[in-house]
Ligand binder design. Structure first.
Ligand SMILES: O=C(O)CCC(=O)C(=O)O
Ligand SMILES: [Fe+2]
Length: 162
């Protein structure tokens, strides 16, 4: 991590993790990478309809997606996912981490009005976290003790056109 990233994480929004932009690649015509099957699944009528019903948000139109990998030292500071013009209605995280300990960090944490951690989700395998935008959350620092990577496919369920 650079000094600039560290300075930014002290005061504002910063993230450090590896990512593979499935949605952007799909939009540019890429069809070969095996993870793109997950992007297609997320945009299937079955999944979108499931998401509309669970969230109570009938205007969900499509899902964008990225694959992410967190290693020791990686994190994502507090934010609420709301970006003007993107029409993000809900956020999802599909966890694909087979083995993890809570004390390794990498926890998806929801922050309440008093600044407390209201809920925390430990990385798991084949588990979906789904929540409405905007809500304050972060991914806690992955400690040097983590012997595995934290893998997920994550993104937003959006209204409007692609
Ligand atoms: O990976 C996670 O658990 C959450 C990711 C996230 O909040 C984001 O990408 O905005
Ligand atoms: Fe987020």
């Amino acid at each position: 991590m650079t000094q600039k990233m560290l300075e930014q994480s002290r005061r504002g929004f910063q993230y450090v993790f590896e990512n593979y932009p499935l949605y952007d690649l799909y939009q540019s015509g890429e069809r070969v990478h095996p993870l793109l099957a997950m992007h297609e699944f997320l945009n299937s009528e079955e999944f979108l309809q499931f998401a509309r019903e669970v969230t109570g948000l009938p205007s969900i139109a499509f899902a964008d997606s990225q694959a992410t990998k967190y290693l020791p030292g990686h994190f994502l500071t507090e934010h609420d996912d709301n970006v003007a013009g993107k029409q993000r209605l809900a956020a999802y995280v599909f966890g694909f981490t087979p083995e993890w300990r809570a004390d390794w960090g990498g926890i998806l944490q929801f922050i309440d009005r008093d600044g407390h951690v209201a809920e925390g989700y430990v990385p798991k395998f084949n588990v979906l976290n789904l929540f409405r935008v905007p809500q304050k959350h972060n991914v806690s620092y992955v400690t040097p003790a983590a012997t595995q990577a934290r893998y997920s496919i994550t993104g937003w369920l959006r209204a409007g056109d692609h």
